[in-house]
Design a protein around this ligand. Structure first.
Ligand SMILES: *[C@@H]1O[C@H](CO)[C@@H](O)[C@H](O)[C@H]1NC(C)=O
Ligand SMILES: *[C@@H]1O[C@H](CO)[C@@H](O)[C@H](O)[C@H]1NC(C)=O
Length: 294
């Protein structure tokens, strides 16, 4: 199935006959000499076809994400890369994403930034849509409502995808949420929720999660709440705003009646910062939030 998608993808470009599958693998017409459905095995068996050339080393640098390193290693050793992904082929054509669009990350074999059929730009990884990532504190997460709405940061670094996109991509239902945490002792945790959706802005991007599993506690146990930022929260009766309480918690789905709730992953970053997930001590250092819809 993957292969069919890729051939279709290649067919939609004008470059089909010029395409090759990697330094050692050439595409003749639209078929790779090697079957790249099982890249590592294939590469070791018959990867060493075809000469290297200057234009090819040039292209080794084109890979924008992940697999770039793998290919470079292969080139330095003068042997074929041990791993090739469909991504590399698709990525070769900078404009390919303008021709081939998938309806969701779930159906996209491409990792990285891409436009979906609905026009939204998302960041896909292993068929998940990544919507929050932090690991070094380089991006300020103390932001306004409008910034949390449209997103901020760079998808190759720390970022927040934007509540409006998360809403549009999850409103159809049948979405899972996965949260991955690494604390300052480098212990890893994960939590998944079998259902996840975010309401519209009119409903203050209220969170709906259920069905917790994982070895991180249920940090969202009280969090089916509206989103709150430093400049926007609506609560009746009025309560202190958890986004600014104790300094710098960032925008989140706070629970005002339960000490602000069991988590806030957009707080001030750092070992003595304000990033919080119930039961994760020391504090989370690296965080990823992602969803996948059926
Ligand atoms: C790849 O890019 C790096 C930095 O941009 C450069 O130093 C290197 O020579 C490039 N390699 C190839 C094979 O073009
Ligand atoms: C949680 O699960 C992950 C993956 O299964 C594992 O690597 C990690 O060590 C576990 N963490 C704890 C605290 O048990």
């Amino acid at each position: 199935m993957k292969q069919i998608l890729i051939y279709l993808a290649l067919l939609t470009t004008h470059f089909v006959t010029m395409t090759y599958c990697g330094r050692c693998r050439y595409v003749t017409s639209i078929v790779c000499e090697d079957d790249f459905t099982n890249p590592s095995e294939q590469a070791s068996e018959k990867g060493e076809v075809g000469p290297p050339g200057p234009s090819e080393s040039q292209e080794i640098n084109d890979s924008r994400h992940g697999s770039g390193d793998v290919r470079k290693t292969g080139s330095e050793k003068g042997s074929c890369p041990s791993k090739l992904f469909e991504n590399d082929i698709l990525r070769r054509f900078k404009n390919l994403e303008n021709f081939v669009r998938f309806d969701s990350c779930t159906n996209s074999p491409i990792d990285g930034n891409q436009f979906l059929r609905n026009g939204l730009q998302v960041y896909c990884e292993d068929r998940w849509s990544i919507f929050q990532r932090r690991f070094d504190g380089s991006v300020n997460f103390q932001r306004t409502w409008d910034e949390y709405k449209v997103g901020f940061g760079e998808t190759e670094g720390e970022f927040w995808l934007g509540l409006e996109k998360v809403h549009r991509l999850t409103r159809g239902g049948n979405c899972n949420l996965r949260i991955e945490l690494q604390n300052f002792d480098d212990v890893h945790y994960w939590a998944e929720y079998s259902s996840f959706l975010v309401d519209s802005e009119a409903d203050l991007y209220q969170l709906h999660v259920a069905g917790h599993t994982g070895n991180a506690t249920d940090g969202f146990s009280y969090a089916n709440e509206p989103f709150v930022t430093i400049d926007k929260y609506e609560h009746s009766p009025p309560r202190p705003n958890c986004a600014t309480l104790d300094g710098n918690n960032g925008g989140w789905w706070y629970t005002f009646w339960n000490n602000c709730g069991g988590s806030w992953l957009n707080g001030l970053w750092g070992e003595n910062g304000r990033v919080y997930w119930k039961g994760v001590n020391p504090r989370p250092k690296a965080t990823t939030m992602k969803f996948r819809c059926d």
